[in-house]
Design a protein around this ligand. Structure first.
Ligand code: AVI
Length: 316
């Protein structure tokens, strides 16, 4: 059933014009490991900038959203991540002796188990209540309890959605929350090409390997015969729109066969497959994304270079 969905989405994307592939399929075991490498690259400023915000401004964020004035709340994180940034926030909450539960939501039980074990050893008084599943299915259940909620959605993960999808995502989040609930939304900000492009085209070629891994995965799981030597990684960015895109470009006229499906996909030399969008934001773009919601931007916290923003939203 899962393989079928993967196959259908891949074939549909490759049979469209222009060709596309869904970026969610980057994240198999190899892709997860490559993404961890990306987060540590000198060019990939996003993770360091967001970490710096939580390292230096967690207490200010807590006070700004009055968490020190309510008897109990749930801190719900969409995606388990590696917990490094969240840990800084949790540490600040615990130091202030606040009463809360930390609820990471992730599709991967394995990622949740790792995170829980990790956090339990580091903070023994922390109440961790991991929930496995899709974000909005889990939020449907969570919605039933009326505790005040703070949602964390970090890493500029919203930026991997086209704007229409980001709008639907924020609307769904809006509908899962109550008045006064808060969101800490980590977004990469629009900045010049000389900073953004290298983040998606690092000197060591890790991002290239991350992008190419999609083709390896398709070869392995869908019995295709992509020749990896015949494709190149190509990132593009427009400071005007704030949109970064990654492509795989065919180096020659060639055919790729899907042996299991009896399908052949022709490629022209220079033809591109669009594999990922990484939108960068500013306040007016974010306001537009939030247009159909009751969220108001009440504040933002920046890193020292103003590369990245932790936007604070409140549901009115
Ligand atoms: C997960 N996401 C926010 C990353 C980004 O920056 O768009 C994924 C990534 N793709 C290439 N490098 C990193």
């Amino acid at each position: 059933m899962k393989t079928n969905q993967f196959k259908n989405e891949v074939l549909e994307g490759l049979q469209s014009s222009p060709k596309t592939l869904p970026s969610k399929y980057f994240y198999n075991k190899k892709g997860d490991a490559l993404f961890v490498e990306i987060m540590n690259l000198p060019e990939y400023y996003l993770t360091r900038a967001e970490f710096e915000i939580f390292k230096t401004k967690s207490e200010a964020i807590i006070k700004r959203i009055d968490l020190d004035k309510i008897p109990y709340f749930e801190l719900i994180e969409l995606g388990a991540g590696d917990g490094k940034k969240t840990k800084e926030f949790l540490k600040a909450l615990l130091q202030l002796n606040l009463e809360f539960s930390y609820v990471p939501i992730d599709i991967s039980q394995h990622a949740l188990d790792n995170l829980e074990q990790h956090l339990k050893t580091e903070f023994n008084s922390l109440k961790v209540k991991p929930k496995q599943g899709k974000y909005f299915e889990v939020l449907q259940d969570i919605k039933l309890n009326k505790a005040p909620k703070v949602i964390m959605f970090l890493g500029s993960n919203l930026g991997n959605m086209p704007d229409e999808e980001a709008k639907r995502f924020m609307k769904n989040l809006n509908d899962a929350l109550q008045e006064n609930d808060k969101v800490i939304l980590g977004l990469d900000l629009i900045k010049s090409e000389d900073i953004v492009l290298p983040a998606y085209n690092d000197a060591q070629g890790v991002t290239k390997a991350f992008n190419m891994n999609l083709l390896s995965r398709i070869n392995e799981e869908l019995y295709a015969d992509f020749n990896l030597e015949q494709f190149d990684h190509q990132p593009e960015y427009s400071e005007e729109t704030g949109v970064a895109k990654s492509f795989l470009v065919s180096k020659s006229d060639q055919n790729v066969s899907f042996n299991g499906a009896g399908v052949t996909i022709p490629f022209k030399k220079g033809e591109k497959i669009h594999t990922e969008i990484s939108r960068k934001y500013n306040e007016s773009i974010l306001k537009d994304i939030l247009d159909q919601t009751q969220f108001k931007i009440i504040d933002q916290f920046l890193d020292s270079k103003s590369y990245f923003s932790s936007y604070i939203l409140e549901k009115h």
